[in-house]
Design a protein around this ligand. Structure first.
Ligand code: AR6
Length: 173
């Protein structure tokens, strides 16, 4: 088994193009699509994705649900709902951490060995990027250390601010 550090990779990419077992979607509680990465994933996957999402009865903040990937190169989409940033006293850090943990757990239960995550909550939901990157890196490291089945987790950067935040978070212990 590779060291935990080698199993976390930062990449600059459009997540819809990634060939991994599962890409993670930063969705909203309806799971019926939206803007940002959610919109891009639904456009690339095709209408079958929305049809499956309609059967899921939404998703609570911090939780995750899984679907097929349809026209995406990824076999699965794991839909998770990040917290809306409201200043940091509404449990946002714990809810964001739960998104990463629950997405990884659900993926592993479904045979997913490679994951690609967008920077959940860092767009429309307004989470401060440096803090969100620290939480993402901490939770992925912890999970990888406790689960040998996962091969690679890609942290996908879409823009220089997120890239810089991950670089910083990955350089910290
Ligand atoms: N590939 C990778 N990352 C992307 C892509 C892409 N194609 N497109 C955007 N990002 P956001 P949120 C980055 O707003 O903050 C939706 O309407 C983006 O630069 O997509 O969790 C949902 O339906 C940012 O760094 O998600 C919800 O209503 C990150 O993905 C709401 O937005 C997340 O930005 C969720 O807001």
């Amino acid at each position: 088994m590779a060291a935990t550090a080698d199993r976390i990779q930062m990449v600059s990419s459009d997540i819809t193009q990634m060939t991994v077992d599962a890409i993670v979607n930063a969705a909203n509680r309806s799971l019926l699509g939206g803007g940002g990465v959610d919109g891009a994933i639904h456009r690339a996957a095709g209408p079958e994705l929305l049809a499956e999402c309609r059967t899921l009865d939404g998703c609570e903040t911090g939780q995750a649900k899984i679907t097929r990937g349809y026209r995406l190169p990824a076999r699965h989409v794991i839909h998770t709902v990040g917290p809306v940033w409201q200043g940091g006293r509404q449990d946002e850090p714990e809810l964001l951490a739960a998104c990463y943990r629950n997405s990884l757990q659900l993926g592993v239960e479904n045979g997913v060995r490679s994951f690609a995550f967008p920077a959940i909550s860092c767009g429309v939901y307004g989470y401060p990027v440096a803090e969100a990157a620290r939480i993402a890196v901490r939770e992925v490291r912890r999970f990888l250390a406790s689960d040998e089945r996962i091969e690679t987790v890609y942290l996908v950067c879409f823009g220089p601010d997120v890239r810089q935040a991950y670089q910083q978070a990955l350089s910290e212990r």
